[in-house]
Ligand binder design. Structure first.
Ligand code: ZN
Length: 161
């Protein structure tokens, strides 16, 4: 059974450290697969739309995104910006509770990564899903949305990532 992990909050050190690449040969191990399940379970338990490994104190290059209520795992991701267009929207973060703000993000991106089976994948994303991916990718660099937000907002019912 997957476990719900503790989500670390600002100013936890793991949120501010660049994360290390995952050894692709380790992806199939039971321990790593269990970690992926736990990370997804933690995201759902927190009612989040995404979560990155540093948010549970693990500085490895992994994040999970809620795609149609399924946890989709991205390992060793690389993000390429596909358009110069920028979208601004309100973001929140499971690791920065109580703060919401407007963050400019690239409108269209391409994400290259390994999936949970160790297969190479490539996904083009735009709009809200591109925003979530960029937010999670920033976590792997030790960057939080508050570093990029132009101004604070009151917060809506939008879910945190
Ligand atoms: Zn976050």
């Amino acid at each position: 059974m997957p476990k719900v992990l503790d989500i670390v909050k600002e100013p936890a050190k793991s949120l501010r450290k660049p994360s290390q690449a995952v050894d692709v040969a380790q992806i199939g191990t039971p321990e790593f697969q269990a970690f992926l399940d736990d990370l997804g379970e933690t995201m759902f338990a927190a009612d989040g739309v995404g979560i990155a490994a540093p948010q549970v104190g693990s500085n490895i290059r992994v994040f999970v995104v809620n795609e149609k209520d399924k946890p989709v795992v991205y390992i060793n991701p690389v993000v390429e910006v596909l358009s110069e267009a920028v979208v601004e929207s309100e973001e929140g973060c499971l690791s920065v509770p109580g703060i919401w703000g407007i963050v400019p993000r690239a409108k269209k991106i391409r994400l290259k990564a390994y999936d949970r089976h160790g297969r190479r994948i490539e996904v083009d994303a735009k709009g809200y899903s591109a925003i979530i991916i960029q937010h999670e990718f920033d976590h792997l660099q030790g960057i939080l949305f508050v570093d990029k937000m132009t101004h604070a907002t009151k917060g809506t019912d939008k879910k945190a990532v």
